[in-house]
Design a protein around this ligand. Sequence first.
Ligand code: FAD
Length: 663
Amino acid sequence: EGKSAHSQIDVLIIGAGPSGLMAAYWMARCGVNARIIDNRDTKVFLGHADGLRARTLELFDSMGFQHRVLQEGSISTEANIWVPGPQGKLVRQAQIDIFRVDESPFHNTRLNQGRIERFILDSIRENSDLDVERSVIADSLEYDEDLGNDPNSYPITVKVRVLGEDDLNRPRGQGIDAESEAAGNEINRSNLLPDDWADLAPRKKPQKTQVETIKAKYLIGCDGAHSWTRKQLNIPVEGSNTDHIWGVIDVIPLSDFPDIRRVSVVNNAAGTILVIPRERGLVRFYVPVQTCEAGATDRFDRSKITPELIRERVQGILAPFTFDFKECSWWTVYQVGQRIATQSTKDNRIFLAGDAVHTHSPKMGLGMNMSMQDGFNVGWKIALAVAGTLQPEILDTYASERHPLAEMLLDFDRHWSPMFTDPKPGVADTKASEMALVARRFEDFADGWKVFYPASSLVRKAEYDDEFAFARHMIPGERVRPVRLRNHADGGTRWTTRALESDGRFRILVLAGDIRNPMQKQRIETLSQALAGQTRSGISPLSRYLEIHGRFKSPIDVLTIHTSPWKEVEFFDFPEILRPFDPVNGWAYDKIWCDDACMFDRYCDGTAYEKWGVDRVLGALVVVRPDQYIGWVGELGDVEELTHYLDGILVKKSPTDDVEAVL
Ligand code: FAD
């Protein structure tokens, strides 16, 4: 082995899959001194996860690249269920809508994991010079508990091996697909998009393998289902492998099955398959290929399963419809495991995210979504804590917010997976209604409409019914329901998912109501004076907290959304603090928005306040966290309570300032 080196870093991320990259995004956005390592030679290119839920696309919009997914992906709007009819021939039993127009601008979309990783990697590069260090394996972990309480200490020591040309046992990655990749999922320039070509060749490696000792303040273990980090911490997992082995194959199908380009479950005596249309003419098939013998769920002979065997299984189940393929872009075989780690953090210094915490059947299309949302949740909190902006105690909320969702994920899987196991006599008839019931029961959770984050310093819940009657549908702990608004300055329209950019800042939404009303205008003036610090104390809540160093002078941004008709008020009718002036960039034209119907854009229909349950004259005041979940709601005059809420989260420039002094 080559030389050994020592280094220090604020945040170390192990694993550059979907969850690790999401966490890394925040490090890049907030300018955190971070590193991300992965034992694979290259990124993922083909196959793997492919289903994106609407909430994930909303996050992508806030990160600035949702349009790339829409451009390349394939949208699924309904699920079809096929079962044997009276004559035994397959018939379409049901068409279940799987979209909701009123909840989100985005829908279930299919695009392979490799492209998603591409987009996140590009976004990371646009914001910093953080890059994934590949062929680097975490080998040992030590944690010094005595240092755990000092946020400036480096309690974590990780030894990594930086693989050199001399290393002959380079792992191709871990997880369920490692073997099948070795068995010949060929990746070359012809089946990749040009922007992935540069990543195709493994990076240049040192001549000799090197060992590096990295000391870190925080560690995020995003290292997948077999999480090395989790094992080092001796965190147990609960659950087990199920006895079903599935094949997955991505092909260009040659078939006369009518729903081959629609999501379908086909269920007959020969078994059940799931048909998932994908980008670039591909269709994915999930096929049961084997059932383990009782008591032998940890052992099955992977080598017996081949693309040919999967082809035959699909042909058998789809018959009498035809099925074949010439082009296979990727395939794998996996055993469903339903497992959950009992903990997702050690002392709020080491965190686990994604498959490291939860694994389940891929057929729900949720693993990557949940993993990315874990990485997103823990990422902004650690980034701001390291920046010194967020109080480190807030890191408690990672486990309290995400762990219950991991449990719900497994609960969903326990209800969903059995629907795909081999049919029992008489079950086919009830299949559609059963599936629809389960899908509906978990829909809000699966699509991400509702995440139910519990009360904490970050989430100020109502203490009694109707406490937040002035903003009935702005529920702390839930996401801001997306609406389309009109920019006051230029009249253009935008979804809130984009306007609430994921840049690390909390946002105060001033729902200003109708400022043509003189009393309302006066309320906005008074609020603006408090926000600007034009009070006895002269302290503004906007400049009260430590900056995000090198990025933003204040960790708080203010957006104003009013209901006056667009043509009846002017940009300059709003107090200056709501549209601040910058000597170089001029007035902040992107800060004032209007909830008014717009002739050229039918999505911008002037119903934002109604969807949010806010009075169109009186408005409200809302604080949105950096991840677009609602933290606090109040009335326009409640600046004192708002400051109390922020005081419980952010680090004050002057620790002795108390709220009363603000007003
Ligand atoms: P991973 O993607 O597993 O990434 C972990 C990374 O850590 C890997 O790159 C690994 O090489 C690296 N690593 C591990 N140990 C070390 C170490 N010691 N040192 C350095 N690096 C290390 N999810 C969906 O949401 N929708 C779907 O439609 C869907 N379909 C799927 C279909 C299939 C066939 C499969 C296999 C999965 C599917 N999933 C789906 C699940 C999804 O792929 C996973 O949930 C997701 O990839 C988990 O992301 P992650 O970042 O947590 O872990």
